[in-house]
Each structure stands twice: as structure tokens, then as C-alpha cells.
Design a protein around this ligand. Structure first.
Ligand code: FES
Length: 125
């Protein structure tokens, strides 16, 4: 059995939605101090739905696959639905991650949630 699922390998080799959104409605950045990996998510919101999601990840293969999967899962969802995407959901969608790589999936959902919180706080001002 391979170390990573085919889905992980696919998203690692062909990550979706890589990049930045100029004038993003929200931006969230997280880092893991232990491995040093960094992830930034950008979101564009239209009529309370995530119209576009992009990311930049400097990290391990699992972190890149996770970011790509999170972006795909989030696009088209409402802001609140996207806030409900959990780390476990992401790992499950990817067909599982090795136990020592679970922290990489945490990074993905956290970065997305931060971007949404950033969007919400801007809206309140
Ligand atoms: Fe740190 Fe994967 S090794 S995010």
C-alpha cells in the first residue's frame, strides 16, 4: 500500500487554485512552527458564497495536497458552510493521510477559517 492515497498524489502533482487573489475579500495565514510550513488562503465572496478561493503554500507534499483539496471543497459553499469544513473532512476527502501528516491537514482548514474570519471582521467595520 502506498504511503499516500492516489488522491493526495494527484492534488500534490496537480494542485488546483494555486495563486493569489488581488483585492481578496479575506485572507488567512497560518504556519506550523515545528515543521516551518506556511499556508495563505485568499477568498472572494459573492452573495454570501465563496466565489473564488486561492492559496499559496510553502510546505510538504501533504500540505500542498490539503490546500488544493480545501480550495475545491470551499468554492461554491456559503460562508458558514465553509466555516464548518473540518480538518477531518479534508483528510477524509483525500482518502486519508498518514498519522504523522495529520497536522498538515489542520493547517488547511485553519487557514481557510482565518480567511473567512478576516472577511467577516472587515464586513463588520
Ligand atoms: Fe508540516 Fe506537512 S510537514 S505541514
Amino acid at each position: 500500500m502506498p504511503f499516500y492515497s492516489e488522491k493526495v498524489m494527484d492534488h500534490f502533482a496537480n494542485p488546483r487554485n494555486v495563486g493569489e487573489i488581488p483585492n481578496a475579500d479575506g485572507m488567512g495565514e497560518v504556519g506550523n512552527p515545528v515543521c516551518g510550513d506556511m499556508m495563505t488562503f485568499y477568498i472572494k465572496v459573492k452573495e454570501n458564497k465563496l466565489d473564488d478561493v486561492k492559496f499559496k503554500t510553502f510546505g510538504c507534499g501533504a500540505a500542498i495536497a490539503v490546500s488544493s483539496m480545501v480550495s475545491e471543497m470551499a468554492i461554491g459553499k456559503t460562508v458558514d458552510e465553509a466555516l464548518n469544513i473540518t480538518n477531518a473532512d479534508v483528510a477524509k476527502e483525500l482518502g486519508g493521510l498518514p498519522p504523522n501528516k495529520m497536522h498538515c491537514s489542520n493547517l488547511g482548514a485553519d487557514a481557510l477559517h482565518k480567511a473567512i474570519e478576516n472577511y467577516k471582521s472587515k464586513k463588520e467595520v
